[in-house]
Design a protein around this ligand. Sequence first.
Ligand code: ADP
Length: 442
Amino acid sequence: MYEAYSSALKGQEEVRVEEVELTRPQRRILKVSVCPIFDDHGEFLGIINVFNDITAEREIDRLKTEFVSLVSHELRTPLSSIKAYAEILLKKPDREIDQRVEFLNIINEETDRLTRLINDILNITKIEERRIDLERMPVDICEVIEKSVSAHRSSAQRKDITLDVVIQKDIPQIWGDADTLTQVLGNLLNNAIKYTPEGGEIRVSAEYLHEDSRPSGEVEVRVADNGVGIPSEHLEKIFDRFYRIDRPFIGDQTGTGLGLYFCKYIVELHGGRIWAESQEGKGSTLVFTLPAKEKGEVRDAPLYGVQADDLLSYSKEMREKVSILVVDDDKRTRDFLRYHLQEEGFTVHEAEDGLKAVELARSIKPSVIVLDTVMPGMDGYEVLEALKEDQETKQIPVVILSGSEGSQVAVELGAAHHLVKPIARRTLIKAVDEILSKSVSY
Ligand code: ADP
């Protein structure tokens, strides 16, 4: 600052900008611009100082840098496990079946971890841009719990952690979005496993709350562990964006600090509440409530999405008659899509680019087209447009596969479904089944 003022006082005509950090009464970072002023005859009149408080910008810069280094760590750790176990398997593919299954399970879990990270980041972007669309459907929260728990069983087992589920009978349905609620439970379970030492216990419970023995209208879900616990001063802050408690003794267990922020956002969008209870060193319980659906209460149907009862079950013979055209420039993706679909009994055709896809769609008239968006030449959206403009192909339902969100574009162009990669087998088959159950031509 001294230099800025002395050059201004000497009448040097430039504007000097400096950053100054104040420590008292509170920490502030100021951008100070120092500018000498002169009258019409060039006589020095004095100095104008402009102070900009840039504390918030600097804090965001710091968080961004920290976030990038966290994310790269979070990417590297699962990637190195995947690579290591794939190499071990490749080196001696004929090892014991138990060992092969164990290594493949690790690879599978680490891929889930990568998917979670990408979901966290995408979710945060959606929250910031207020782009989260929730379906409002009657949801059986017990099914959501069962599904999330079974997805986490093997990672709990790996740490020898017991995972119990205690669900009260007759819990009413809630209005909500089963997929995002599954992500909420997934985040809570993932944390419980992460912050509980080997041999610990996790209990997921659900009950319909009562006040003075009358139903309160709220369903409560608790995820309790007997792990490291959360110090009381952090209990509320852990739901803030990027907030993490640094605990060096937990070793490799870092995270992005986005999981609970997402949980809070989603629970509150559902009209519920979320909080943490803990005794440090003894364990933590993450609790959330959701408003119960009243009997006979009906709300607007979602954009698309089929009630479970509407789904027909298809026999193998019926499925063989269904031909599915898979369009993706990546051979590996085509291979696994074909593999999953053929395993379910469907007849599969393939196209590796947009032009071939349009040509095949005209000639074989598949029952469903599964279409990647990013392809060289004609991309997926262009293919979709071309299909919808053509009388011969416009009726064919299309499932769009993409690496990011953008369901709105896909829906506007007439896609029947939009799936985000990586695609789990179950999600793919469910989407195809939903389409077929509605399709008249089938
Ligand atoms: P992270 O990706 O760091 O796990 P979260 O938003 O999911 O981010 O959690 C924020 C912080 O809350 C974590 O850094 C962790 O210290 C703490 N936390 C969350 N769940 C638990 C739990 N079950 N036991 C102990 N600490 C927890």
